[in-house]
Write a protein that binds this ligand. Structure first.
Ligand SMILES: Cc1cc2nc3c(=O)[nH]c(=O)nc-3n(C[C@H](O)[C@H](O)[C@H](O)COP(=O)(O)O)c2cc1C
Length: 330
């Protein structure tokens, strides 16, 4: 059923799944003709931003969903995802799950959106009737999303996002780690491979240059002068947009959550909506609690992440940094 050539075809699509900071931590190993072992490249963890490994596991989950969507094109499906019982690391790789593949898959309507889904970090244009209809369509298509559309409420979430973002940026290790994954210049050898390129972050060259300084050596003095928070503010990127609160059952394995996360994001793409996660809102307990209370996230559900979304004002970046498929097979 599975062979090395088919695996390469599948991974060409799977690798387009989102991963936190674009670290692409997921590796694959063929086990016989009907199973894959999913492994984690442990060198790609984010100890400062993701100390528990939650977002890395969620990223693996998104990759699993990407696999499921790709398999459907070939009449195959995932029959079972067995989380690894023994997670002992060897050669820098940690087993995460064994995935059993069977015949009988069908093309999923979200599969054709995999190539066009991106993290949209630019601004939004006004919704208008077509945009409002897209939001209605999204609300009807997902039980995992709670939409906030009222501009003052969106503005309040933007303010909260700045507060949460600044809180994390004040941590030296967090800033250093973020800078390590930023690809601020095209001369960076990893610009097309992984991490966050200036283009993907919708940063003109001069801003990219400034970011290196503001998040680097200038941050402490700018903070002392009370200027740092304004310089790193992303409040403006919420203008004209809406917010989607992504919630899933409490206690769910993030590997499962990641599959739903990817599907919810593709559902936004399906409606013609551009979106970007704003993880700090969910990661900071204070903002997470506030959003749950203010917007009525149902009982028994966990606020996993928050998206800002809307109609893109502009074109997406031409380049999507991804590792070559050959490096994903171990
Ligand atoms: C769990 C998770 C959390 C993320 N959080 C953020 C975030 O807070 N801010 C952001 O700009 N992008 C965030 N992203 C998006 C990734 O940076 C993005 O998926 C990656 O750079 C690949 O780019 P693409 O989504 O355009 O394919 C997140 C992605 C995942 C899977």
């Amino acid at each position: 059923m599975l062979d090395p050539s088919l695996l390469k075809d599948l991974l060409a699509e799977v690798r387009l799944a989102p991963s936190v900071h674009n670290i692409q931590p997921t590796r694959w190993r063929l086990v016989g003709g009907d199973a894959l072992l999913l492994l984690e490249d442990i060198a790609r963890r984010l100890p400062a931003a993701d100390p528990t490994g939650h977002d890395v596991r969620l990223s693996h989950g998104a990759a699993v969903e990407g696999l499921s969507l790709a398999l459907g094109r070939h009449g195959l499906r995932i029959a079972e995802v067995e989380p690894a019982a023994d997670a002992s690391t060897s050669g820098g790789l940690m087993p995460v799950a064994r995935i059993l593949i069977r015949a009988g898959g069908a093309l999923d309507k979200l599969a054709d959106l995999v190539a066009s889904r991106i993290s949209w970090r630019g601004g939004f244009r006004a919704f208008g009737p077509a945009g409002e209809a897209a939001l209605d369509g999204l609300a009807a298509s997902s039980t995992d999303l709670l939409l906030v559309r009222d501009p003052p409420a969106v503005g309040e979430i933007a303010r909260l996002a700045d507060e949460a973002g600044f809180h994390f940026l004040c941590n030296d290790a967090h800033r250093a780690e973020l800078l390590r994954w930023m690809r601020l210049s095209r001369s960076d050898p990893a610009y097309l491979r992984d991490g966050l390129s200036a283009e993907a972050m919708a940063m003109p060259g001069v801003v990219a240059f400034g970011t290196r300084l503001v998040l680097g050596p200038l941050f402490p003095p700018l903070r002392r002068l009370g200027l740092a928070a304004t310089l790193v503010s992303e409040r403006g990127t919420f203008a004209n947009g809406a917010v989607a609160l992504f919630h899933r059952p409490e206690g769910e394995d993030p590997l499962v959550t990641g599959r739903a996360f990817y599907r919810a994001w593709l559902a936004m793409t399906a409606q013609g909506l551009a979106a970007c996660p704003v993880s700090v809102l969910a990661d900071r307990p204070a903002s997470n609690r506030q959003l749950i209370e203010r917007h009525g996230v149902p009982k028994g559900r966990r606020l996993v992440n928050v998206f800002r979304l809307g109609l893109a004002a502009g074109a997406p970046a031409a380049v999507r940094a991804r590792l070559p498929v050959a490096e994903l097979i171990v």
